[in-house]
Design a protein around this ligand. Sequence first.
Ligand code: CU
Length: 231
Amino acid sequence: MKLKRFFSVLNGAAMALLFATPAFAAAGDTPDTRADWDELWHEVLVDITVIGVIFIVAAIYMLIRFKATNPEQVGTATRLTTANAIGWALIPAAIFMADDFYLAAKGWTVWDHQRTVPENAMEVKVTGYQWYWEFEYEDGTTTDELKVPVGTPVVLRMTSDDVIHSFGLPYYRLTEDVMPGRITYIWFNPIEEVETLVTCREFCGNSHSEMFTAVEAIAPAEFEKWLAEQG
Ligand SMILES: [Cu+2]
């Protein structure tokens, strides 16, 4: 009976966990893929921690509560009916699986935001070479580092001149494969002035580790001035 009460508390905690997770923060018209991703990651950490603690506490409780007092001891519990046994296995499993499905569904929301390019996005073409990145702006300017104006979403249309690379923007929580003969894309929303890393995230030959540069989000006026100077 005690065990039954224990499991009903456990199930209650799991349900509370499911419904207590916070909703996604809306970031105006343009979703902030960083915030999306961070929130999902935070939820995953909280959920696996809570579920882990529940299982550890349950295991320790049962180890102590039902410990045999001598090696010949036989358990005295009444046998569960088949239906009960199946129920005890499936219902808790379904409850914890529900959390997985819930997180997976949120993952699709993040993915959907990452795949849907805002209409006002500025386009930059990216080409991967062994072993550097080249950026081409809408006016034809090419550079070896990425500068973008704060406040304008940026879509990168990417391809490779040689082997398969992977374009990584850790700060913006984005990675996308870059392949010869194909154009892939990612977009991000630079909402603050910050200089961070562009890196290749797929081994692409001897100098793969040198295939990094900067992505710098700067004030729009400064960006216009810089772009004009490049020409
Ligand atoms: Cu590479």
